[in-house]
Design a protein around this ligand. Structure first.
Ligand code: DX5
Ligand code: ZN
Length: 224
């Protein structure tokens, strides 16, 4: 059981919500107990899909109360840092694969005064982020290839979660993103993840509050 790590947080991914009722979906997630709202930004280059940009993040910020956990699946993230911080991101997480010099990009976000995270794809070795850990607030381990919701959880990434906690001694927030539901949340939390990002498994449910509570209970169960 992992100890000395931050509390379990549930971060519903708005990618799976009804975009025609975005403001209501934000309120539904918050009323249901969301700790953070996870916003998936895709640029059609780093990933094949295209989603939202700064104006939509800004609009969500106007209606949301909880922190916005912005997941940047974009090329050249440093170039867009100011725009996402100005839009109201609570944290900005970019991909180690997307930056020629990740340390420099971390510095850009730091100087803008936001929490910063680094993410890695399922096939990217965890060693690639190790040198950057002291400068980070958050690490996001992708458990599917980024780009689309509704994919199956890739169990093999849990080895990276354990390495981060047990070998590298990472004590900060550790998110897991992709294919998270009741059973995968239990295994991810047992490995050491504390932020559970979930889209399909939450927004697909009529009673979002009950779904969030069940996910939280599954994750917590692995810690007791
Ligand atoms: C995928 C995104 C995820 C996505 C997860 O690229 O980063 O946040 O919304 O969706 P589910 O929970 O449906 O796998
Ligand atoms: Zn995401």
């Amino acid at each position: 059981m992992p100890t000395g790590i931050p509390p379990i947080r549930i971060a519903p991914s708005l990618l799976a919500c009804d975009f025609s009722r975005l403001g209501e979906e934000v309120k539904r997630a918050e009323a249901g107990g969301a700790d953070w709202l996870h916003l998936d930004v895709m640029d059609g280059h780093f990933v094949p899909n295209l989603t939202i940009g700064p104006p939509v993040v800004k609009a969500i910020r106007r209606v949301a109360k909880v922190p916005l956990d912005v997941h940047l699946m974009i090329e050249d993230p440093g170039r867009w840092a100011q725009a996402y911080v100005d839009a109201g991101a609570g944290s900005c997480t970019f991909h180690v694969e997307a930056a020629a010099d990740p340390g420099e990009v971390i510095g850009v976000f730091r100087r803008l005064g936001t929490r910063v995270g680094l993410s890695l794809n399922p096939d990217t070795p965890v060693e690639s982020i190790r040198p950057h850990l002291p400068a980070l607030d958050l690490v996001l381990v992708m458990s599917v290839m980024p780009g689309f919701g509704g994919q199956s959880f890739r169990e093999e990434v849990l080895g990276k979660v354990r390495t981060l906690r047990e070998e590298y001694g990472w004590k900060g927030d550790l998110s897991i993103d992709g294919g998270i539901g009741l059973e995968t949340a239990t295994r991810a939390a047992a490995a050491g993840a504390n932020v559970l990002v979930a889209g399909t498994a939450l927004f697909g449910e009529k009673d979002l509050g009950a779904a969030i509570a069940a996910l939280r209970a599954s994750a917590r169960a692995s810690r007791s």
